[in-house]
Design a protein around this ligand. Structure first.
Ligand code: FPP
Length: 241
């Protein structure tokens, strides 16, 4: 890679809160699900843009532990959309050498959807061109709580000495234990909140809040944000220069 190649300064891991599907649809006088469908097409575009932009890890927030509070019609529409996305995109993701992982609590999800998720993970397991992680029924506090429960069990059964527990120990129990921490978190649609997304992992991440609604978030917009990231100076708590 040439020294001035923008990929040299690209964030290795980008996490995205894909917000604004509902407003995008409402602005067009269409049902909210229409916005989610348009949002799903953007997911494919952004995943495919990653290699050229130098992003190896992409994590997207598809459904939060709080999203169950939406109407039953919207929840079941989203679940159908996830199922269709997996069925429709599996082969393409495999061919594009994308490895797919899911994070979040699978216990509350339909077992048929969970089977598709497991199958897609297994199908793409040997890929390493892009690592796509889809957060589905995911909440940062819920993840830390589940991790703590598992860690507490190890301690109670005498396999881990409580005095030896460090942040790294807890990290091994998180859903994201095989992933690097995100370098950049993007949220679309003008809201400046993190909404329980990757709370532990984003301790030193940079944030970008952009006004664009997710269905309008193109690969070019993504590239613009990454170029801005390349100009930032990250200190990780230290003093530089
Ligand atoms: C937030 O927009 C979006 C969601 C809760 C769902 C995200 C889902 C997708 C982008 C669809 C497909 C994903 C995959 C992985 C196939 P919102 O509905 O809260 O928008 P609003 O704030 O304008 O109402």
């Amino acid at each position: 890679m040439p020294a001035n190649d923008p990929r040299a300064k690209a964030p290795d891991h980008v996490a995205i809160i894909m917000d604004g599907n509902g407003r995008w649809a409402t602005a067009r006088g269409r049902p909210r699900l229409f916005g989610h469908q348009a949002g799903a097409r953007r997911v494919s575009e952004i995943v495919e843009a990653c290699p050229e932009l130098g992003v190896r890890y992409l994590t997207i927030f598809a459904f939060s532990t709080e999203n169950w509070k939406r109407t039953q019609a919207e929840v079941s529409g989203l679940m159908t959309l996830f199922r269709r996305y997996i069925l429709k995109e599996a082969q393409r993701l495999l061919n594009k050498r994308v490895r797919v992982r899911f994070i979040g609590d699978r216990d509350r999800l339909d077992p048929k959807l969970v089977r598709l998720m497991d199958d897609l993970e297994a199908l793409t397991e040997a890929n390493d061109h892009v690592h796509l992680t889809i957060a589905l029924n995911y909440g940062g506090r819920d993840e830390v709580t589940r991790a703590t429960r598992r860690l507490a069990r190890e301690v109670a059964e005498g396999r881990i000495d409580p005095d030896s527990v460090t942040a790294e120990t807890l990290g091994r129990f998180l859903d994201t234990h095989t992933l690097p921490d995100p370098d950049l978190v993007i949220r679309t649609s003008g809201e400046a909140r993190i909404s329980n997304f990757l709370l532990w992992q984003s301790a030193y991440a940079e944030y970008e809040f952009v006004d664009t609604l997710w269905p309008d978030f193109t690969a070019d917009k993504f590239a613009e944000i990454l170029a801005r990231f390349g100009k930032r100076e990250r200190r990780f708590g230290a003093v530089i220069g």
